[in-house]
Design a protein around this ligand. Structure first.
Ligand code: ATP
Ligand code: MG
Length: 716
């Protein structure tokens, strides 16, 4: 007799089942967007738990975002109940790396309560080193060094691995030396950056057999979603961990590889079969997410890329609506138009939670935010550090960091004179001097300097009070709930009072943010856990439960799906980005095209693609032409519409004939070679008559509607 299928197998198609049931040995699932890769991986996780092949703590499951981890946890929870609650190793590479590293920190010279630096701290630290090395920070910017170090870390290279050739890439060969100093400095302040979370762990796994064996034994099963976007260090790390048991299942889609700028290597997919001979390779072709028109539109775009592994996708869903391509006048109109469409969708029953606006660049969100704040449309920005990036939040966090870990010099530097307490540059320099000479953290050096007569008067008194306060707060930390501690700390430090004294609307907003911060802390078990969360958090959903539109970058939308998706700013120079265009060649452009593919395939039922005729860039009005990707959308899958009328088709001039009548007009925009930008600047006060006459009605798509410009440029 045949037993009934367990719940997690219900509805899965044969290849998905195969992926779920092939638990032993390496498995590679390679399939296009929306074919149920993540669904199959989730079912696989449920299967392992349900059949007791592994305890929750014996499964390593890597997702790309914290949000994806949360969703997987929820889904598995629904399938197998409480068993999932004990899954400590389900998360992003960074979250898992951090957790492991805390256990073995001493092997790389850190303490287990190390701080995870954000970009800001990282840059400040690098700047100090650059200045100390007598280099001109203007010529050799800290950002460049940060990028390079990050690249090395993504490749799994420690300072010892940097040869002269690599070192040459910064400040005439001094890159390697600064990298080493940076690592030393991080160690001295008991901190690491994001890249270290994996690199340190890789080093540990390589050097310490016992640790490696511990994890090789522990992880009976390893699973990785979005495998196409793993970088070298992640790949090496996985390979080490999986080498013993070889129960590793990876799922990915080469067409969705969009993180090569962060060192991701789509080649890891190809390497997989070599590293794990005899891997079961499973392909999925049925798409369950999107309508045929949406799939057709996405497929038409991605078909323009070369060197693809190539996949067929089909769906049983009804044809549905065509993708709507909207040509509009400018950014504000884009936001207005999207807002109107969302209102209409909401009236016809679509929940705001099911609607997303996806942008290529994060600065594009502002226009929508302004609009939605004005119209009271609830929205959230996902994928950034927005809340935690605000200055007042960062200061408050610095206080908490110092309390959590007094050796956190960067945090201490941030608060030493905030609010102003008369500790000027001179006093700080003295503390620094002593710290450097004696190799001490700044807090210890401060305490030490109070024993001398280096500091006098007000400075001495303030520093004494601050150091005393920190000691007292640390004491309190052992007795009070951490949110309460934070509340008192912010009061006693004078930090809240500083904004209360300001009495501006802005200060009021900052105070609200601080309150919100304390509220957020209540959700965590300890101060350490909260600070860890802040360092790692990539999603910023704020904890509201009312339906909200989601605004995010395409990069952050990977793996997600929405009923209705608005794709904004499909214009040359914005998407594809000017950088990709300027780089020439096909590599960057093909990555942009994969982004376009990811973007379109997020939609279940409806997709809108917008392109504006004018944008304000660096404060100047510039006319733009539709993205080449708009031109690649197959006519039979789209409905085009423009709010402009008359004149010759700019679009056709650029894409149908490939001859560019405006090539010479583009000078002066400062935005790269001529043909990509169609014209010079426009003054918003004086609408350029010439420009209003150009339309975006396009061949071969059908023009559904044509109306006169609904906005004049003057009414910003
Ligand atoms: P992406 O490449 O975008 O990450 P994916 O391949 O991971 O996509 P999923 O997100 O797992 O795809 O699935 C897409 C949608 O299809 C989801 O809504 C999922 O619930 C649904 N789905 C997956 N498998 C099936 C199935 N066998 N039957 C019905 N619906 C399914
Ligand atoms: Mg997925």
């Amino acid at each position: 007799t045949q037993l009934a299928d367990p719940p997690y197998l219900k509805g899965l198609n044969p290849p998905q089942r195969e992926a779920v049931l092939t638990t032993e040995g390496p498995v590679l699932m390679l399939a296009g967007a929306g074919t149920g890769k993540t669904a199959a991986l989730t079912a696989r996780l449920a299967h392992l738990l349900y059949t007791r092949k592994a305890w929750p703590s014996e499964i390593l499951a890597v997702t790309f975002t914290n949000r994806a981890a949360r969703e997987m946890r929820e889904r598995v929870g629904r399938l197998v109940g409480e068993a999932v609650e004990g899954m400590p190793w389900l998360g992003t590479f960074h979250a898992i790396g951090a957790k492991m590293l805390r256990r073995h920190a001493e092997l790389v010279g850190l303490q287990s309560n190390f701080t995870i630096l954000d970009t800001d701290d990282q840059l400040r630290l690098l700047k100090q080193l650059i200045v100390a090395a007598d280099l001109d920070e203007k010529r050799f910017p800290a950002r460049a060094l940060a990028g390079l170090i990050d690249e090395w870390k993504n490749k799994g290279l420690t300072p010892g691995d940097i040869d002269a050739g690599e070192a040459e890439r910064y400040a005439n060969g001094r890159g390697g030396e600064l990298y080493r100093q940076y690592q030393d400095r991080l160690k001295a302040v008991n901190a690491c950056d994001f890249g270290d979370l994996l690199l340190h762990m890789l080093v540990i796994l390589r050097r310490h057999r016992d640790v490696l064996e511990l994890y090789q034994q522990r992880f009976s099963y390893i699973m990785v979603d979005e495998y196409q976007d793993t970088n070298s260090v992640q790949y090496l790390w996985l390979r080490l961990l999986a080498q013993e048991r070889k129960n590793i299942a990876c799922v990915g889609d080469d067409d969705q590889s969009i993180y090569s700028w962060r060192g991701a290597q789509v080649e890891n997919i190809l390497r997989f079969e070599k590293d794990f001979p005899g891997a079961a390779v499973i392909r999925l072709e049925q798409n369950y997410r999107s309508t045929p028109h949406i799939l057709g539109a996405a497929g038409g775009v991605i078909a323009n890329n070369s060197g693809r592994l190539g996949k067929q996708l089909w769906t049983e869903l009804d044809a549905g609506e065509k993708v709507r391509v909207l040509g509009i006048w400018d950014g504000p109109e884009e936001a207005r138009r999207v807002g109107d469409e969302i209102e209409a969708a909401r009236r016809s029953g679509t929940s705001l939670d099911d609607i997303a606006i996806l942008v290529r660049a994060s600065h594009q969100t502002r226009e929508f935010e302004d609009r939605f704040i004005a119209t009271g449309m609830p929205y959230k920005i996902v994928g950034g550090f927005r809340f935690y990036e605000r200055a007042e939040i960062r200061d408050a966090l610095a206080y908490l960091r110092v309390v959590n870990q007094p050796a956190d010099d960067l945090a201490f530097e941030r608060i030493i004179n905030v609010p102003k307490r008369g500790l000027g540059d001179k006093a700080v320099a003295k503390i620094h001097q002593l710290a450097r000479a004696e190799q001490l953290p700044l807090t210890t050096a401060s305490a030490r300097i109070l024993d001398t007569d280096e500091l006098t008067g007000a400075a001495r008194k303030s520093l004494g009070r601050l150091i005393g306060d920190i000691a007292r707060w640390r004491d309190m930390a052992t007795q009070l709930p951490h949110a309460e501690l934070a509340r008192q700390l912010l009061d006693e430090s004078g930090y809240t009072a500083m904004y209360q004294a300001e009495k501006s609307a802005e200060a009021a907003g900052r105070l609200e943010n601080l309150t919100e911060l304390v509220r957020a802390m209540e959700e965590y078990d300890s101060l350490g856990a909260f600070l860890e969360h802040v360092s790692l958090v990539m999603d910023n959903e704020g904890g509201r439960n009312d339906p909200q539109i989601t605004i995010m970058t395409i990069h952050a939308a990977k793996g997600l799906e929405f009923d209705t998706v608005f794709l904004a700013g499909w214009e040359e120079g914005l998407f594809p980005s000017q950088r990709a265009i300027d780089e020439g060649g096909t590599k960057s452009l093909e990555e942009e095209r994969r982004l376009a593919y990811v973007a379109i395939t997020r939609a279940r039922r409806r997709a809108f693609i917008l392109h504006a005729a004018n944008r304000r860039i660096y404060g100047q009005w510039t006319s733009s032409i539709p993205s080449r990707f708009v031109g690649e959308l197959p006519a039979e899958h789209i409905d085009s519409e423009t709010s402009m009328t008359g004149g010759e088709s700019l679009w056709r001039a650029n894409w149908s004939e490939r001859a560019d009548p405006f090539a010479d007009v583009a000078r002066g925009t400062g935005r790269g070679p001529g043909w990509q930008r169609a014209a010079g600047t426009l003054n918003p006060a004086k609408p350029g008559g010439d420009w209003q006459s150009r339309t975006f009605s396009r061949e071969p798509a059908r023009v559904v509607e044509s109306r006169a410009p609904s906005v004049s440029l003057g009414n910003k």
